[in-house]
Ligand binder design. Sequence first.
Ligand SMILES: Cc1cc2nc3c(=O)[nH]c(=O)nc-3n(C[C@H](O)[C@H](O)[C@H](O)COP(=O)(O)OP(=O)(O)OC[C@H]3O[C@@H](n4cnc5c(N)ncnc54)[C@H](O)[C@@H]3O)c2cc1C
Length: 434
Amino acid sequence: MTRYVIIGTGVSAIAAAEAIRLADSQGELSIVGDDPFIYYSRPGLAYYLTGELPEKWLFPYQKDDYQKLRAKIFTASVHRILPAEKTILLDNAVRLPYDRLLIATGAQALPLKIPGADLNGVYKLDHLTDARALLSNAKRGRNALVTGGGITALELAEGLAARGVNVQYILRSERYWPNVLDESESRIIERRLHHDGIQIHHKSEIAEIFGKNGRVSGAHLTDGRQLRADFLAYAIGITPRISLAQQAGITCERGIVVDEFMQTSQPDIFAAGDVAQVYDPASGKHTLNSLWTPAREQGYAAGRSMSGGKQPYLKPVAFNVTRLAGLTTTIIGTVGGGSDPDLLGIARGDSETWRQVPDAILAQDGFEVNHMRLMLGEKHIVGAIVMGDQKLSSALQAIVRDKIDISPIHSALLTPNARIADILAGFWSGNRVN
Ligand SMILES: Cc1cc2nc3c(=O)[nH]c(=O)nc-3n(C[C@H](O)[C@H](O)[C@H](O)COP(=O)(O)OP(=O)(O)OC[C@H]3O[C@@H](n4cnc5c(N)ncnc54)[C@H](O)[C@@H]3O)c2cc1C
């Protein structure tokens, strides 16, 4: 009987467990995670903060779903992997032997390294416990500072504002998320934040957080200004949790390097999800993602490999549907470039693939709530951003993913003031008929 052990209880871990159970009903399955809430939607935490989603809706699994896995679930932290003994060591001194091991430890928020960051009232957003702690502070009329970039910082600012908190958003850069969004898209988001009462401070940086009796009461900015606040939330990027793998001598770069079967450099040890650095055929490099669906697909692929299947995971075109300042936004393929001073490395809900500056030209259409940007190669669309009206987003995903030849509409898309959404819709309906 094969002994399968999974470290982590996030979406990649659970998907791996499902795949293992499908292939091997007899094997012994153990799942070890340090989160007392086991498995829940991390993207859903944003909607939980705004109050749109009650806490119970965050949980995709009910009691009987866990029972179907027939897994032994340990709530503990894994302390060491001992590959020579094929055993893991838990912090409560329990030793678990394995025949196949999956590391699905995810990624964690990078710490804010400024004086005062250890005061009470400084928050990140990794876990449900973080969201609960934030909500216990988010009372109408209180004052909060938010700093950082990408989707999570925005979600923090919006979530707190929705609870009646006065939010000041400190941005190092001159506009929001500059390595993924273009100038007009950043401004659309910022105008909407402003409308929601969020005050943005561009080209600003927190130098020091100060407090009273061990609790935050404000911050000094590097330009000398002082802002008062009851608490502070930050999202300055994430880092894959690779220390267990490193200690075990497994090859790591920024994440754990895996092949197309999610196998690490050590026999019988696999990795999946935010912790894994996965081969990306589009760039020819191993890249990081922090996206729910790829984490689930990678976990499933790992579980299949662990239980004897031989079907490779082929990293698809990066795709995310999210909500930025209340505007549904789809990001597909390669859309941006450069760096973002508000983020160190990758952010949540982010893919490095979006930032390989493409050899592409731009077609752009729309205003405020319905905006579309296409990155055009010679014959293909290599990336797209769709804000607001999402009628064309799945068509665009297929066009980018399947490298559909768009030569017939290439020059029309580049005509000044072209109605690119109409051109694309016409092309897509013709394409589906043919
Ligand atoms: C606030 C937020 C917003 C997001 N928004 C989006 C979005 O809009 N779109 C999108 O696609 N994705 C989004 N994401 C990212 C998405 O949630 C992740 O890509 C996904 O959850 C990764 O799953 P995972 O299984 O790899 O890791 P995780 O879900 O991070 O699970 C890893 C688990 O392993 C546990 N663990 C770590 N080390 C140990 C150890 N030594 N011992 C025991 N347990 C351990 C951790 O505590 C954690 O529970 C968001 C994430 C957050 C937090």
